[in-house]
Structures are given as C-alpha cells and as structure tokens.
Design a protein around this ligand. Structure first.
Ligand code: PMV
Length: 328
C-alpha cells in the first residue's frame, strides 16, 4: 500500500490564455489531495473517495465489461472517475503492466471544480502512488507529464500543462506551451474566497475557444493576458506586491471580458478589494468556485467572511513541496 499527496494551486496570473500558448504563473498551496493505491491480485479497480467537499461515494469495477456499481449521481461520478481511470492508465503504461489492478482511496481538502486544481492534485498523487506500488517510481517531472496526458484525455485535448506541473513540482511555476519551469517566489499573502460552487472547466474552456474564434478582439484579450503575465513575472521577481495586486485586478477584468466570471466571483473579488486587498481575481476556470486575493493584513479575509457570496474564506500558504510520499 502506498500513499502520496499533491497540492492544489491558485493562478496568480494567466489561466485560460495558457491554453493558447500564453504564459501562466500558478502557485501551489497547502491544501492537498492524498491518494492511497494498493495493488490487487486481479485487474480490477475499486475507488473510495471521501472528503471531496461533496458527499463521499464508492465505485466498484468488476473484471467484466459491465457498468461499474456506483452509489452517487452519474455525472458527479463520471467527472471524478474519468481522471482516476486515465491516471491509472498512465501508471500502468509507465510501469509496463497493463493488467495492474488497484484499490484506490482518495481524501482531499481541495474543493472539487472550484479553481484550486483538485483534479490535477488527485491525478498527480495517484500516478505517483500507483507507479511506486508497481515498483516503478517516477521523477516529479515525469509524473507531471503523465498527469498532463491524463488531463488532456479527460478534457478532450483542452488542457494546459499548468495545473499538473504545479501540483507535481510545488512552489510557483511558469508554464508557456511545453516549456515548464519552477520560479523563485517567496511566500505571498494569499487569501482565498470560496462561494461553495464549482465551474465546468471543459465548458468554460470551450466557451473561450468559441469567443476567440468568432471575435478578433477576444483573441486580442487572450494575447493581452499573456502580456500582463510577462509584466507580472517582473513584479514577482521584484516582490512588488502592490504591482502584483494591480495586475491581478486587470487579469480579473480580462477574464470577465472572456465570459468566465460569475456574479458570486465578482462579488467576492469586490469584497476582498473593499476589505483592503492589494488585488483580487478569480482563479482557475471560473464560472463559480474560488477567488484569490493578496492581503498582508486580515481585512480581505474578514470582508470575505461577511460577504453573502462567500461560503468560506481562508489564508493559503505556498506549498513548497509538490507530490510526495506520505505515511499511510
Ligand atoms: O479550474 P481548474 O483548476 O480546472 O483550472 C483550469 C485552468 C485553465 O487554464 C482554464 C485550463 C487549463 O488546462 O489550463
């Protein structure tokens, strides 16, 4: 039995535009998914998921071709399980053991579909745990690559390397197409607001794609996000927090222009700003879920905790460690 964990992340800058080759800077945060994999004597796969900020569910796969036995609504299970299935496929492939079966247990304190990289964290931790269990441990960069391939399959080719690279490596990273690097970043004063909801990454990415194909100005907006990220990188290197905050505000405006914000995300962004944040933006795919603000004091977190749109407000520390082995 092997247990591995991997962190979630926030996007300091650049989500959505990164899908079209612009740079993005996600930062890993100390909210982790823990995945235990235990090799079975047959080729079956059994998955127990708990604490996914949703009611827990169990899926039992037999050896045959019949549908899995599930005790939760189909759509929820299909979403979560497709990442698990693709991660297992990658682990089997990496270990050269296509018939390997597993008991998988997933625990996570990253809300699902809320822009904090829950699927990347589960996929990354599962590939690490399953390949170790098969006696073929992989280097973090290879785990990142395999996790990206799994996400790419699930999201019909509409995925960047940003989430999975960040989750595997930890810290702040920079991703531009296939060029993935870690970035020196001191602790940033992140505050997160969560509206209790979720967005559908596939649908939101497809919406931006349509807009970008239809209107030249939407394509220009995507390029503007890329230019903003380059300015943001300089501010990050100089640790210029007020410039970082100002650019986060602009980044949120550009994401809104691409149609991926929501009433609750906008309300939380404004609550954080009015509470004294240096800047605030949605994080991840959008549509609902989380915003990230920069605030060294407690004003933004307090303002968020009173905002009707916000269900949970918390500080998030940079996770300097990416995917790692845990005691079972
Ligand atoms: O909300 P999340 O954690 O699924 O982040 C999606 C980020 C996108 O840039 C919108 C898509 C991607 O694959 O980079």
């Amino acid at each position: 039995m092997t247990t591995c964990s991997a962190p979630g992340k926030v996007y300091l800058f650049g989500e959505h535009a990164v899908v079209y080759g612009e740079p993005a800077v996600p930062c890993a945060i100390e909210r982790r998914a823990r995945v235990t994999a235990e090799k079975r004597s047959d080729a079956g796969l059994r998955v127990n998921a708990t604490d996914l900020s949703l009611d827990g569910f169990t899926v039992e796969y037999g050896d045959g071709d019949g549908p899995p036995n599930v005790d939760a609504p189909r759509s929820l299970v299909e979403d979560g399980m497709s990442y698990v299935e693709e991660a297992v496929t990658q682990a089997r492939d990496a270990a050269g053991d296509p018939e390997a079966g597993f008991e998988v247990t997933i625990e996570s304190d990253i809300p699902l579909g809320a822009g904090l990289g829950s699927s990347a964290a589960v996929t990354t931790a599962l590939i690490d745990a399953a390949t170790r269990e098969l006696g073929t441990p992989l280097a973090p960069r290879e785990i990142a690559d395999r996790a990206f391939r799994a996400e790419y399959e699930v999201q019909d080719g509409q995925a960047s390397r940003a989430d999975t690279f960040c989750s595997a490596m930890g810290g702040a990273v920079r991703v531009e197409g296939d060029d993935c690097r870690t970035v020196d970043a001191a602790e940033l004063p992140f505050v997160i607001g969560f509206d209790g909801g979720a967005g559908d990454t596939g649908q939101l990415v497809a919406g931006v794609r349509r807009l970008r194909e239809e209107y030249g100005f939407a394509a220009t907006t995507v390029e503007s996000i890329g230019a903003l990220v380059r300015s943001g990188e300089r501010a990050l290197a100089d640790r210029d927090l007020s410039e970082l905050g100002r650019l986060m505000d602009v980044n949120h405006g550009l994401l809104s222009a691409l149609g991926v914000s929501s009433r609750t995300l906008d309300d939380m962004v404004w609550a954080a700003r009015e509470g004294g944040a240096l800047g605030a933006k949605l994080t991840g795919a959008g549509g609902g879920g989380c915003i990230v603000a920069l605030d060294e004091g407690d004003g933004a977190r307090t303002a968020l905790s009173y905002a009707p749109a916000c269900q949970e407000a918390f500080r998030a520390e940079l996770a300097t460690e990416g995917v790692r082995v845990e005691d079972p």
